[in-house]
Write a protein that binds this ligand. Sequence first.
Ligand code: NOJ
Length: 536
Amino acid sequence: MAAVHPSRTHEWWRDAVIYQVYPRSFADGDGDGTGDLAGVRANLPYLRQLGVDAVWFTPWYLSPLVDGGYDVADYRTIDPAFGTLDDAEKLIAEAAEHGIKVIVDIVPNHVSDQHAWFRAALAAGPGSPERERFHFRPGRGEHGELPPNNWPSQFSGDTWTRVPDGEWYLHLFTPEQPDLNWNHPDVRREHEDVLRFWFERGVAGVRIDSAALLTKHPDLPDFTEGADAHPYIDQDEIHDIYRSWRAIADAYDGVFVGEVWLPDSERFARYLRPDELHTAFNFNFLACPWDPDSLRRTIDDTLAEHAPVHAPATWVLCNHDVTRTATRYGREDTGFDFAKKRFGTPTDPELGTRRARAAALLTLALPGSVYLYQGEELGLPEADIPRDRIQDPMHFRSGGTDPGRDGCRVPLPWKAEAPSFGFGTPPGTEPWLPQPADWARYAVDRQSADADSMLTLYRTALGLRRTHPGLGDGPMRWLPAGDGVLAFAREHGLICVVNLSPAPVELPAHSALLLTSGPLDPAGTLPPDTAAWLQA
Ligand code: NOJ
C-alpha cells in the first residue's frame, strides 16, 4: 500500500519552533531561589514576543530532584518547589491564550526511589509482587555479593544497588532512579493513564525521556563490547509500547517527541513509523562539529532517514544535558561527545558567539521543527560552577572528572541591574545555582534594546520564519557553492548561505537581503562564520 503523505497544513508540529523551559532556572516567581510555574506564567508575553509555537517543560512533577526532576515520585503532582497542579492547569490555559502549546516530559524508564511503588517494593521483600514492577535479582558470587550483570550505566558508575535483604535492583542512571519492568502490566497501564491525565489537561504533546531504553532483554545478559545486540538499548519489543501510546495520543490529537539516541539511522527511523512517535530529537546535528562537510552530510542523512517514514526532522543545537552552543562552537573541537570530559577545554567566546549566530540561521532555515533551549536566544555561554556548588549527579558519579551539566542550567538573566539579574531571587537568598558575575551583558532588557544582540537576531529570524512561506516544512535543495560554504534553496525563493570557510565569499544573486547573522563586509561579501537569508 502506498504511504499517504500527511497533510502539512494542520500538523503544527511538522515545522514548529519549540522552546525548552527548564523550570528551575527560567524565572523565580516566589523568590525562594528556584524557578517555578509562577515565574513562567509571568513571562508568557516574553515567549509570545520571541515567536515560539510551543513550550516543552522538563519534569515539573513531585521529585526529590536528585537528577533535576528526572527522578519522579508522582507523575500527577507538581513539585511544591514549582507550584501546584492548579498552577500547571492555569499555565496551560494561559499559554494557549498566547497561542503557545505545552509539551510535558514523561520519564517512563525509571521512577524516583521515593515513588510509592518502589517504597512498597523495598518493604515487601524478595519474591513479592511489588518487586516485579522493577528489576530485582539475586547477586552473583558465592554469597550474592556481586551485581547480577555487568551493564554499563548511562551515567558513569554502577547500574545495580544491593538492598539490605541481599537482592539487587537495576538503575541505568543513579541508584535513586530504579528502572521499571516494562513487561509488567501495571507499568504499562499506569503510564497510559498518566498520558491521558496530561492530555486531559490540555497538553499538546509529550516528550519521552530515554525513549529507547524501556525494555530490557528478558534474561538480563551481560553486555559484550562490540556485540551486535545491546541488552538494554533499542530492544524490538519497545515498539509495541509506542504503538499503544500512539493510539492514546491520536484520541487527543497529541504528539510525541522521543529522546532517542541511536547511531543507526535505520533503527532510529523505526520509532517514527506512522503508528509510533511523531518526532524524535535529532542529536546527530547537535553532536556535529562546525565543519561544512560534516554538517552537510548530517543534514542529508537526517532528511534521508526521515523521508521513508514521512516524519519531519527536528533540529537541536542545545539542551539541558549538553555544553551551551556558544561555548562549544568556540572550542577547537566543536563537536559534542558525551564521553568527552568537559573541564578546562579552552573556548574563544567571540568566535563561539559568531558561529552560534550563524548556526541559528542555518538551523531555522532547515526543513522541519526546531528546539530552542532557554538562554540559547540570549547566547548564554556555559557557566563555570564552583565545585562546592555543583549539584548534577553526573559530576559525582564520574568521581569529579566530569563537571556535569549544571553549567548549562544556570538561572536566566532578565534585568541587567536587578538582584539575581531579575531572575526573581531577592537579596539575601541565593539562586539554586550561582550566576556568573558578568551576566548583565546577556540580560533580556539589555539585549532587547540592542539591534545587534542575539535576542534581536532570534526575534527577527522567528518572525521571518512565521511569515516567509519557504521556511518550515517542505523541500530543500543544495546550491553550488565554494569550498567551505553551505548554500541551499527552499521554496518561494528563500536562500540560506553559511560561510564556514576562513575567507569572505560572494553572495549568490538575490533580490533582497532578508537577514544576516553578522555584518557583511564593506564590499558586500559574507565574512567567515556568518550566515545570510536571501530572497532570490
Ligand atoms: C535524559 C534527560 O534529558 C537527562 O537530563 C536525564 O538525566 C536522563 N534522561 C535520565 O532521566
